[in-house]
Design a protein around this ligand. Structure first.
Ligand code: GLU
Length: 521
């Protein structure tokens, strides 16, 4: 299809004279919520609920489930889509579960309406019954291919005499209803991000509106519902631009005013092309399972196409609502940048969430990993305080919540994971020296109050002096003994959070392990 877009004088969304703003997100329940869909949903919400454009007059955000393609339906997908939207904090004012003045909001419950409207277009001469069999259509396609012509319906039934149509319908012949696209001239419409877009009508085929099973196609249901639900602005992905001229013609055929269109830029993969499953996670549910925070994912998605200025990056939902304007949405595609999303997630974990809030979010991940019992999410549960203390120490190392079990296990299990005894021996240190140092620690530790970090530090530094080793030569084996690792947060705070009894037990085990190691060596 040919399109010419003038991008020089970008139109402004006509807002002032509108009595109200009504927008919709209308996913098909054919799978999980793709982040591109989540972005469209969010821009709808920001436009409707944002206060910037309309002097405090809140618009309406509608969720509509477009489930008329029965072959592509996935069981439970609508519920999953709704859960993912709610997880992202995107709430609708009207929709399947909350109801509203235009209910029902599930298209499969509105099929009579679509049939009536298809019939209306047939009666007014804007649509027609087509009796072509799938075999004939396949043959037409083959011939077109052989002639190197673009594929498309050859309008075989477009001008059948009314009497013949009536007779065939009376005998029960199966038919679809096709839209009678004008064959000359052009269709123009304004895209709020791109300016005027022009399509040559002869490039657009007579698409099916009503299928043989009596279900509408996307085009019919979408246009009828956008009108009946009084949608004022359509924010949807740029991949829908080629369907817009057909829709504009359908509005004209019905005698309706079309909504305003804004086709949102696509999200591209880092390697180019539309972001899809083969580039890794694309579904909101997957990001959730990996421990991305809804705040961070939302913030990240908002910036894939919109910006306030050239430097502000962190926006709460309230900030976005306050600042979002369609004028600052770019029509150019943006590239999905996982390291940037990771940065954003870590920023929220480390700087925006309170430790209590973060603890509550980490707990389900620890729970699934079997590290803590059910019920620990309750702040009064004994495990909560322990997780909270570990979270406070580790939050600057946590990029995603799903890293928490691995990062935190030694704070939560009785024992550390098995480690190599050689790790207990610092560089340039004799194993026997490391052993006597650790033995000395096991002797002083019971006399120390491990919750007093400063006192523990002073005593252990003094001990290093008494043993004639550097502080590091003493601290490193202690760290390995109590964590099973060579890296951890600060030693004394780590000891405090692990606790007296577990530290003493682990040091005892480390001494035994190192004795064996020394004996073998
Ligand atoms: N049901 C379509 C989809 O799945 C909606 C497209 C539109 O917003 O018009 O994306």
């Amino acid at each position: 299809m040919t399109t010419t877009a003038t991008t020089t004088d970008r139109p402004r969304a006509i807002l002032a004279e509108l009595a109200e703003v009504r927008v919709r997100f209308s996913p098909s329940p054919t799978g999980s919520l793709h982040i591109g869909g989540a972005k469209s949903a969010m821009y709808n919400v920001l436009f409707a609920h944002g206060q910037a454009p309309r002097e405090g007059k809140r618009g309406t955000f509608i969720l509509r489930i477009e489930d008329t393609d029965q072959k592509r339906l996935v069981e439970g997908a609508a519920e999953e889509l709704m859960a993912a939207l709610r997880w992202l904090g995107l709430e609708w004012d009207e929709g399947p579960d909350v109801g509203g003045p235009c209910a029902p909001y599930i298209q499969s419950q509105r099929t009579a309406l679509y049939r009536e409207h298809a019939e209306r277009l047939v009666e007014t001469g804007h649509a027609y019954h087509c009796f072509c069999t799938p075999e004939r259509l396949a043959q037409v396609r083959e011939e077109q291919q052989a002639r190197k012509q673009p594929p498309g319906y050859d309008r075989h039934c477009r001008d059948l005499p009314a009497a013949e149509v009536g007779a065939r319908l009376a005998t029960g012949a199966t038919s679809v209803v096709r839209f009678k696209m004008p064959v000359t001239g052009e269709t123009r419409f304004v895209d709020l991000l791109r300016g005027e877009i022009v399509y040559q009508n002869d490039k657009i085929e007579d698409l099916v509106l009503l299928k043989t099973d009596g279900f509408p196609t996307y085009h019919l249901a979408n246009v009828v519902d956008d009108h009946l639900m009084r949608i004022t602005h359509i924010f949807r992905a740029a991949e829908w631009i080629p369907t817009a001229p057909l829709h504009v013609q359908m509005y004209a055929a019905f005698g309706w005013e079309p909504p305003q269109f804004a086709h949102l830029p696509l999200i591209l993969a880092p390697t180019g092309g539309k972001l899809s499953k083969r580039h890794g996670s694309t579904a909101v549910e997957e990001f959730r399972a990996q421990g991305y925070l809804p705040e961070a994912l939302r913030n990240y998605l908002a910036l894939l196409g919109w910006s306030l200025d050239d430097h502000t990056e962190v926006f709460s939902l309230d900030d976005l609502l306050a600042h979002f304007t369609i004028e600052r949405v770019s029509p150019s595609p943006s590239t999905f940048d996982r390291p940037k999303l990771d940065w954003m997630n870590q920023y929220y974990i480390n700087h925006i969430l309170t430790v209590d809030d973060l603890t509550g979010r980490v707990i389900p991940f620890l729970n699934r990993a079997g590290l803590i019992a059910d019920g620990a999410a309750d702040a009064s549960h004994p495990a909560f305080a322990q997780v909270r203390a570990a979270t406070a120490l580790l939050k600057d190392r946590l990029t995603r919540l799903d890293e928490a079990p691995e990062l935190m296990s030694y704070f939560l299990r009785d024992e550390v994971e098995p480690y190599d005894a050689a790790l207990l021996v610092p560089k340039k240190t004799e194993p026997a020296v490391a052993l006597s140092a650790l033995e000395a620690v096991t002797r002083v530790l019971p006399n120390l109050d491990i919750s007093d970090e400063a006192a523990v530090e002073t005593r252990l530094r003094a001990l290093a002096g008494e043993l004639g080793v550097k502080a590091g030569q003493l601290f490193m084996p202690i760290r390995v003994a109590i964590t099973g690792r060579t890296q951890s947060p600060g030693l004394f705070e780590t000891m405090r959070v692990i606790g007296q009894a577990r530290c003493e037990a682990r040091l005892g085990q480390a001494v035994a392990l190192l004795r064996e190691h020394v004996a073998v060596a």
